[in-house]
Design a protein around this ligand. Structure first.
Ligand SMILES: *Cc1c(COP(=O)(O)O)cnc(C)c1O
Length: 375
């Protein structure tokens, strides 16, 4: 049994993926070219944005976003405490200070109330300039943008949506990848839309930002091209082979994978309701279920469940074992006054079960039975 069965997906899409890869090999257009152009158009249309700029991975997408917004030393970048380190790592590398905020106890996403408190704390101290907010749609579940956007507006902060886990999800009829001034995503193989290696993309509506990001991703190229450099940039491009792989996968995501992910989540939800804390998806929202995350009663019960799953050879993971504020890499970063009650609680009790659109009902029943045995 696989935690995420990428081989089953490849079997389903093999003819088209193989033929696309062969096209790249036959034409030797490994960088840029028609697959990249088509993918950027299709991704932008899917997300509901004017522009999509593909790049080498989701972390680079965030780094380019921070660079485009001029984020650096002396700036505060606010982010949810429950995420992958890449949400703020590039800002930290650029000299900015990540300021973590507690999460909503039901969706595990950035809490707008905690965000407002942390902005006030930074302003009261007067050492850093509040600059941007990174909102990861964690586990594929969209953030509450109707609560977060007014806070960003009130304090004049730029919102970056980290849609690495939520490509395909939507919030009140609007797709993830369309929130904030810049959205980013990742095509790491395990994400809802993954390629066969590393890949990422940036989404914007603004012409100037599109141009700036395209320059930043190719060595700060200017109108004179890659040898007429006008700023310090990165070398961050998506390979044409990855675009060739992503095109059929994007179609599958749209045509059936999101629907099947929902079916799988519904089966888990029905089986575990009242026994474990099941994922909460707000009204008019659709999760991409990058992960299916449950909360046990406490960490002791979680340990018992996971030990039983291991014994029965059922794959499982803990996303995430520690909140960001507790990571050694951020030990010198001031944490202000927030207590991270919901983030600490989530990390102490959460665990994830196999979740992908090729999970057969029979296999899922076996997973469910094994979890219930452990309770
Ligand atoms: C995976 C992930 C990233 C980084 O993406 P890479 O393509 O692995 O660099 C950023 N943010 C979140 C929330 C992620 O899950």
């Amino acid at each position: 049994m696989q935690f995420i069965d990428l081989q089953a997906q490849y079997r389903a899409l093999k003819t088209e993926i193989d033929s696309n890869i062969r096209d790249v090999l036959d034409t030797a257009q490994y960088i840029g070219g028609p697959f990249i152009r088509e993918l950027e158009e299709r991704l932008a249309a899917f997300a509901g944005r004017r522009y999509c700029i593909t790049c080498a991975n989701g972390t680079d997408a965030l780094q380019a976003a921070f660079m485009a917004l001029g984020i650096g030393a002396g700036d505060a970048v606010f982010c949810s405490d429950v995420t992958f380190v890449a949400s703020t790592e590039p800002a930290y590398m650029l000299g900015a200070t990540p300021v973590f905020c507690d999460i909503e106890p039901d969706t595990y996403n950035l809490s707008a109330a905690s965000l407002a408190r942390q902005i006030e704390a930074v302003l009261a101290e007067g050492r850093l300039t509040p600059k941007a907010v990174v909102a990861p749609d964690i586990f594929g579940n969209p953030c509450d943008y109707d609560a977060i956007l007014p806070v960003c507006e009130k304090y004049g902060l730029s919102l970056i949506e980290d849609a690495a886990q939520s490509f395909g999800a939507s919030y009140r009829g609007k797709r993830c990848g369309s929130f904030g001034v810049i959205s980013t995503t990742s095509f790491f193989p395990a994400k809802p839309l993954g390629c066969y290696g590393d890949g990422g993309a940036i989404f914007v509506d603004d012409d100037a930002l599109d141009g700036l990001l395209r320059s930043l991703c190719v060595h700060g190229k200017g109108p004179g091209g890659k040898y007429g450099n006008i700023r310090v940039g990165m070398n961050s491009r998506l390979d044409a082979i990855q675009a060739a792989v992503l095109l059929p996968k994007l179609r599958a995501l749209e045509e059936y994978e999101l629907r099947v992910r929902q079916t799988v989540a519904d089966r888990y939800g029905a089986a575990f309701a009242g026994r474990l804390v099941t994922p909460f998806v707000a009204e008019n929202c659709i999760s991409a279920y990058a992960q299916y995350v449950l909360l046990a009663e406490d960490s002791a019960q979680r340990a018992r469940i996971l030990a039983h799953l291991s014994e029965k050879q059922i794959p499982h993971m803990i996303y995430y074992p520690a909140p960001q504020h507790a990571l050694p890499v951020f030990r010198d970063v001031p944490q202000y006054r927030e207590d991270f009650r919901s983030a600490d609680d989530c990390c102490a009790r959460c665990f994830s079960l196999p979740m992908h659109p090729y999970l057969e009902e029979e296999t899922q029943e076996q997973i469910i039975r094994t979890v219930l045995e452990a309770l």
